[in-house]
Design a protein around this ligand. Structure first.
Ligand SMILES: *Cc1c(COP(=O)(O)O)cnc(C)c1O
Length: 431
């Protein structure tokens, strides 16, 4: 894109990272559905394998369609570059495996997506990487959990089901004071609503399955690096890489060192790569990101207000409402809106909360009962009877998932139709 002008967010959603090629003139980004790439000469091939030149070797490592998605999301988040992955879970795994060695620790907010929590708690144990979870709402908990083995701090822009908004200024100052990076999962906000790199985060990642794709058509993830963190004394990035004949990724690639190591070692070796077709779908999604997010937010705010006033609703955890404990943070970090995923509690009277939740969902007509979010279509889930059904009431309490909790992902439908649907489902369970 032109060096002469700093283009706006919407322009970059449509153009960043792509110039139509003179060979085909294709206006849309072509899908390079190929596994390998022809090398011009043996010398050229050798220089690629030694990382002496940038170029495509094999789609497990890089691909031209995927590269457009990567550059576009890096531009939207304000980063130096990006790495796309097969899923959000893979984005987390690749980030953490690149930044840590066996025996290292990290501190994470406990207000996390369930799958992330389990990956950190159980699968990372097999890699001898230890997570310490903290209640993220008080900076003192973070301070206390940091030890000399702590390699990074981790949180989500909007944590569920509490609807907590991340304390970017407090936690990023703490990360800086300890010379460790702050890694943020920005899935629920998207770069349209919040850009964590502008608030002191060093690395941002996404489940691109959600709002970035926007249409529920692929599983994908992405990692964006600010390029600003000083990795010169950071063991996992600045120590010699044995497979690359002692290459030092930080000395060789500077502000691009983390991403090069993530791509050329961790992605290459774990194989959690995105397919070019899914990158194409993500590029389509990004083209309308701002428009969708505006509508998601306005629908979510209307639904949240409707629920607050409803006699069958006990509580609503939407950080876009003025009485949410983090409303001040919302105004600061999420000035365009608090997203469209939030939880509320059903007032169930004498009925079992688990049964009432089930019945409520059964009676919804427009809201789809789905384990996904961030789709154009509205979605609902009742954790106590689905994702968390094996937990006892006491265990649910410990996991902060109340049996009456219903989670909504508000889509782009006609607002009044969503309110109608909720009202008729409330009516059905009150009978
Ligand atoms: C869905 C989700 C993930 C996991 O991403 P997948 O694409 O499902 O692997 C991680 N974090 C958040 C906040 C999510 O919503």
């Amino acid at each position: 894109m032109s060096e002469k002008r700093k283009f706006g967010f919407e322009t970059r959603m449509l153009h960043a990272g792509h110039i139509p090629d003179s060979y085909s003139g294709s206006r849309a980004v072509p899908i390079f559905q190929t596994a390998g790439y022809v090398f011009d000469s043996p010398e050229y091939a050798a220089s690629l394998f030694e990382l002496k030149q940038y170029g495509n070797i094999y789609t497990r490592i890089s691909n031209p369609t995927t590269a457009v998605f990567e550059e576009r999301i890096a531009s939207l988040e304000g980063g130096t570059g990006a790495l796309a992955t097969a899923s959000g879970q893979a984005a987390q795994l690749i980030t953490m495996m690149t930044l840590m060695n066996p025996g290292d620790e990290f501190v994470a907010s406990s207000h996390l997506y369930g799958g992330t929590y389990t990956q950190f708690e159980h699968t990372f144990k097999k890699l001898s990487i230890k997570v310490i979870f903290v209640d993220p709402t008080d900076i003192k908990h973070w301070e206390k959990a940091i030890t000399p083995k702590t390699r990074l701090l981790y949180g989500e822009t909007i944590g569920n089901p509490q609807g907590s908004v991340f304390d970017f200024e407090g936690v990023s100052a703490l990360a800086k004071a300890n010379s460790i990076p702050l890694v943020i999962d920005n899935t629920l906000a998207s770069p349209y609503l919040c850009r964590p790199l502008e608030w002191g985060a060093d690395i941002v990642l996404h489940s691109a399955t959600k709002f970035l794709n926007g249409h529920g058509t692929s599983i994908a993830g992405v990692i964006v690096d600010s390029g600003k963190f000083d990795f010169s004394n950071y063991p996992a990035i600045s120590s010699p890489s044995i497979p690359y004949h002692n290459l030092n990724f930080f000395e060789t690639f500077g502000h691009y060192g983390f991403l090069m190591k993530a791509r050329c070692e961790t992605l290459r070796d774990t194989g959690a790569s995105i397919s070019p077709f899914n990158s194409f779908l993500l590029i389509q999604g990004l083209e309308t990101l701002s428009l969708r997010m505006e509508r998601h937010v306005s629908n979510a705010l209307n639904v949240a207000k409707f629920l607050v006033d409803h006699p069958m609703v006990d509580w609503v955890n939407y950080p876009g409402l003025p009485d949410h404990p983090h409303y001040e943070r919302t105004k600061k970090y999420l000035s365009k809106g608090a997203g469209s995923v939030f939880a509320f509690g059903l007032k169930t009277g004498n009925n079992s909360a688990r049964e009432a939740g089930k019945k409520f969902i059964e009676n919804l007509e427009l809201f789809s009962h789905v384990a996904n979010l961030g789709d154009c279509k509205s979605m609902v889930i009742h954790p106590a009877s689905t994702t968390h059904q094996q937990l006892s009431d006491l265990e649910l309490q410990r996991a902060n998932v109340k049996p009456e909790l219903i989670r909504l992902s508000i889509g782009l439908e006609t607002t009044e139709d969503l309110l109608w649907d909720l009202e008729q489902a409330f009516h059905a369970i009150s009978r």
